[in-house]
Design a binder for this molecule. Structure first.
Ligand SMILES: C[S@@+](CC[C@H](N)C(=O)[O-])C[C@H]1O[C@@H](n2cnc3c(N)ncnc32)[C@H](O)[C@@H]1O
Length: 273
């Protein structure tokens, strides 16, 4: 499925072992803002830490968050492994590639990590490129000339909040999916309509505290209702009664291994609009 994409990549510019399909100039300011947030949130890691993620020193300030991410990663890996067929996979907004490389390590998966974040992409390529069936691409998913129907699976892990128009993103991704393709949304909050205003206020306060007020305009709060036209399957719902119970039990018994607080949704490529 990705033959056309591979041909395109082989003709494109390569820097730091990352393929460039977009010109960075229009994105530089936003990228710089994002980089400063990542630094202030302790989300920039040395190579030797990225190599092991989601495992991280239990004393790291984000250790519990990474444990929750390990929980959702394991669910996704089990799901993909059970599909038992050759899969071309796009990890959109792959950042430093920590998740892309776990997906690429599954037999029969060919993974492409795509982002607009040059520093983290360069790090991903540096740390993981010894691994086969794994490529990193600098591109804006909306405007880059990505060939249609390229991917069987598109993963959006902690990414949707950076896109203002979620339905537009999903429609674009559906066009990049093979006819039987799937889009998976995980590790992001999805709000009930009544929760959005308060969440927006919290976000503004949070970035104001970091003295990066402009970042609040890059962060978007989506409701699950926004996705209703795409008829998503909810593969994990942390608000379901049994999961709430399991969450509570785990927090009590093994607090260092929290379950993911975020839903996991699957959206099919082949719904026409
Ligand atoms: C919070 S990070 C998530 C990183 C990674 N998926 C993870 O799970 O840790 C969100 C990423 O989305 C990327 N992003 C935002 N808009 C994008 C666009 N239009 N095209 C490609 N990537 C984009 C950002 O650069 C950022 O690296």
């Amino acid at each position: 499925m990705v033959a056309e994409l591979d041909a395109l990549l082989s003709r494109s510019e390569r820097r730091d072992n990352v393929y460039y399909l977009s010109d960075p100039a229009p994105y530089e300011e936003k990228e710089d803002r994002y980089f400063r947030v990542r630094a202030r949130e302790s989300r920039l890691y040395p190579d030797e830490v990225v190599r092991l993620l989601p495992e991280i020193n239990s004393r790291h300030v984000l250790a519990r968050e990474w444990a929750a991410r390990a929980d959702s990663l394991n669910r996704l890996l089990n799901y993909v492994a059970r599909l038992q067929r050759g899969l071309d996979l796009l990890d959109l907004g792959c950042g430093n590639g920590w998740m892309t490389r776990h997906l690429a390590a599954l037999p029969n998966v060919r993974a492409y990590g795509l982002d607009l974040n040059r520093r983290e992409l360069a790090q991903a390529a540096r740390v993981f490129l010894g691994q086969p069936r794994l490529k990193f691409i600098y591109a804006d998913v909306f405007t880059a000339p990505l060939p249609p129907r390229s991917f069987h699976l598109i993963v959006l892990a902690s990414v949707i909040q950076y896109f203002p128009d979620l339905p537009a993103l999903i429609r674009r991704l559906q066009s990049l999916c093979a006819p039987d393709g799937e889009i998976h949304v995980l590790d992001s909050p999805l709000y009930a309509p009544g929760e959005v205003a308060a969440a927006r206020r919290r976000t503004r306060d949070y970035y104001a505290k970091l003295r990066l007020e402009a970042m609040a305009d890059d962060y978007h709060h989506h409701t699950i209702q926004t996705l209703t036209p795409f008829q998503p399957d909810v593969l994990y719902d942390p608000r379901a009664p049994l999961n709430r119970l399991a969450h509570w039990w785990q927090a009590l018994m093994i607090p260092e291994r929290p379950r993911s607080p975020f839903p996991w949704l699957r959206i099919a490529a082949a719904i026409s609009h």
